[in-house]
Design a binder for this molecule. Structure first.
Ligand SMILES: NC(=O)c1ccc[n+]([C@@H]2O[C@H](COP(=O)([O-])OP(=O)(O)OC[C@H]3O[C@@H](n4cnc5c(N)ncnc54)[C@H](OP(=O)(O)O)[C@@H]3O)[C@@H](O)[C@H]2O)c1
Length: 385
């Protein structure tokens, strides 16, 4: 029925007591496989679930990469115990703690990830039928970004193996449930390898804000020496956009509270104006080649500050109609593993800065309230399941 091979001797893995390798491609990711392994043995999969009958080149690659035993003891996933989550029990329901069934086993091109940290943002309030359809199927966990360790890989997944650390922004969510949980199902192509220098909290803080900043700058098509206005420069997206733009040689003016001025100047902003002053548009110098608006209602105020033929990109879906040959865009962030890998590299090397505030999963509801109100104090909340 189920084919497992005890392979300690075969692969000579002294640190592994007993080793089971799934011979059948589909078996490793399935809970039935784990349920069979109740005798203290450990389960291994290598890329593509290659079994002992697979090609020698795959075997050699497996040996070269080193064995990746499953963690000591069997996980709740393996035991079939419901997972802890924070999310919604039904359409339009309040956010709270839940016990959820596990995500489905990974299908072709998918990975199952044990979540180690998950990002919280103002957008999470939109996921349950309130404006951002990410394929949530309540009861479900919220969260469209996070970091963790690969638990199982589906067929045709060559980029990751069990045990790899990854980070991702995912939308739509292939399992109908998000990252605010012990486990989440992802499309492998949307996940990026996590650099060894990053903690899970740092990695989980990055995906949505980092990708949004990157993609907004790409939409604005700015060049070295040009001028950019960012409204809400103090927010997590704005502060990453300041850093990326400054590194490209773009001169950035940001709006923020006066208390954030020194921080934003330290990140590379040339000018910071206090948005609490209703006359802030009069205080900025000259016209801008582009505007990135990241606070509701600021796109209309920014539009007159953009030069003829310039560009405006709104993150809050309030881009004004084009005028004076200005291109206006409402941007929705997209998963992109290549961009995310580069952002993660820069974060691990210290050329990008983002400060996470880790909180336990049970604080998810209050974390969401704070994120929606913008009361995050210049830090990015991440939940630790
Ligand atoms: N479309 C997309 O794909 C996408 C992706 C990411 C984010 N977003 C949206 O972009 C917005 C920003 O998200 P975020 O996570 O970067 O922000 P955030 O970190 O939650 O922003 C919080 C900051 O907003 C500042 N703020 C509030 N109103 C402001 C205003 N009128 N002008 C300037 N600053 C203001 C607050 O500053 P003080 O505390 O100093 O007052 C606070 O520091 C949210 O609406 C979010 O939903 C959209």
């Amino acid at each position: 029925m189920v084919s497992l091979v005890v392979a300690r001797a075969l692969h000579g893995a002294p640190e592994v007591t007993d080793l089971c390798i799934c011979r059948d491609r589909q078996l490793h990711g399935d809970r039935p496989t784990w349920n069979i392994v109740r005798s203290g043995m450990r389960v291994l999969a290598w890329r593509g679930y290659a079994g002992v009958s697979r090609s020698t080149s795959r075997r050699h690659r497996f040996r070269r990469q080193g064995l990746r035993p499953a963690p000591s003891g069997r996980s709740n996933w393996a035991k079939g115990i419901p997972m802890r989550a924070c999310g919604v029990s039904g359409p339009g329901g309040d956010v709270g703690l839940l016990d959820l069934p596990d995500p489905p086993s990974p299908g072709p091109g998918q990975v199952l990830v044990a979540v180690e940290a998950a990002g919280v943002g103002p957008w999470d309030g939109l996921l349950n039928g309130a404006g951002w359809d990410v394929g949530l199927h309540p009861p479900a966990a919220l969260g469209v970004e996070g970091a963790g360790r690969v638990l199982a890989v589906g067929a045709d997944v060559d980029e990751f193996a069990v045990g790899d650390q990854v980070l991702a922004h995912e939308a739509p969510l292939p399992g109908g449930s998000g990252f605010w949980a012990e486990r989440v199902l992802l499309t492998a192509a949307d996940a990026a390898p996590c650099p060894s220098g990053l903690t899970p909290a740092e990695a989980a803080a990055l995906p949505v804000n980092g990708l949004t900043a990157w993609q907004a700058l790409a939409a604005l098509e700015l060049r070295r020496g040009q001028r950019l206005l960012i409204t809400n420069g103090a927010g997590n997206t704005g502060s990453l956009a300041i850093q990326l733009a400054a590194a490209m040689g773009i001169e950035v003016t940001a709006t923020a509270s006066a208390s954030a001025t020194d921080r934003l100047r330290g990140l590379g902003a040339a000018q910071v104006v206090d948005y609490h002053d209703q006359d802030w548009p009069d205080q900025v110098r000259g016209q801008f080649d582009g505007a990135l608006t990241a606070a509701t209602g600021t796109a209309a105020a920014a539009m007159p500050l953009v030069r003829d033929g310039g560009r405006l990109c709104s993150l809050t879906f309030d881009a004004p109609a084009p005028e004076r040959a200005i291109t206006t865009t409402d941007l929705t962030v997209q998963p992109d593993a290549t961009q995310l890998a580069e952002l993660a590299k820069q974060l691990s090397e210290g050329t990008l800065h983002l400060t996470p505030e880790p909180l336990p999963l049970r604080e998810g509801p209050t974390a969401l309230t704070r994120a929606e109100a913008g009361r995050t104090g210049g830090r990015k909340i991440v939940l630790i399941p």
